[in-house]
Unconditional design. Sequence first.
Length: 318
Amino acid sequence: MAEDAFTAHRPLLFTIAYEILGSADDAEDVLQESYLRWRAVDPAEVEHPRAYLVRVVTRQALNHLRSVRARREDYVGPWLPEPIRTAPEVSDDAILAESVSMAMMLVLETLNPTERAVFVLHDVFGYTHAEIAASIGKTEVTARQIAHRARRHVHARRRRFEPGSAATRDVVGRFLLATASGEVQPLMDLLAPDVVVLSDGGGKVTAARRPITGREDVARFALGVARAGTDTTRFEHATYNGMPAARFVVDGALDWLLAFEIHDGRITGLYGMRNPDKLRRAETVRALDRGERPGPAADAASLPGREDADRGARHDER
């Protein structure tokens, strides 16, 4: 059945769409549209459903990303990806954990849509340049060039990444204890010299409009936020985007969350999400999957028609 095939590959399809879009809401919209397209196809004519669905989702995600780029340019304050709650074991796959981390998602945001899709499909999911070319409506040579350009851009900007672990969760616990007690030195000891804070309020709630950098300024900011808390505020440990995080709950409702980037026992990045629109799905634990690589038989012949690829090619951004 068409529904069974789509459901079986849904974690992989969601992961691809989310990494291309940086939004769980948008990824869900893409999956819904892709499912409708899948339902309109005779499954008997599709030899490799997973390859077919990956191509459909890639196309839909690219189209959607191009339509939202302008809105992100006018965003109030720092823009952060919509956080997704992940199971702790996502860190068992280091490539997957890094690819959905806040730092990497922000680097991907600096690529144009086609570069982003190519990088995600090749470097994260392991698709060949020929398979990617069929998905984006380009030649294999062009896909290879785009991949090289995107990889060089990403590697020049990527931050050090350490998956969530018992050690990183311990650092988070000590950070929260230091901020709650107002102890400056223990807090400073946990921060890297080049630590940075990014807060996303989307212009809807109070949040820092600019990045905060440096140990002293970040410590003052953290202590100020802690003092602004109420007696009804409580925090919960969690994992978001493969990173250790703290959920701050006020009167039983999630008010904001903070994801921690940690390296060698020091906090190098803090990502605060306060935008209520991006917290609506924050309770849902997402099943992420890079999937098993398709064999060589899953070629372009098993995927949507070439004229669809040609239509997608005409929208390519430079």
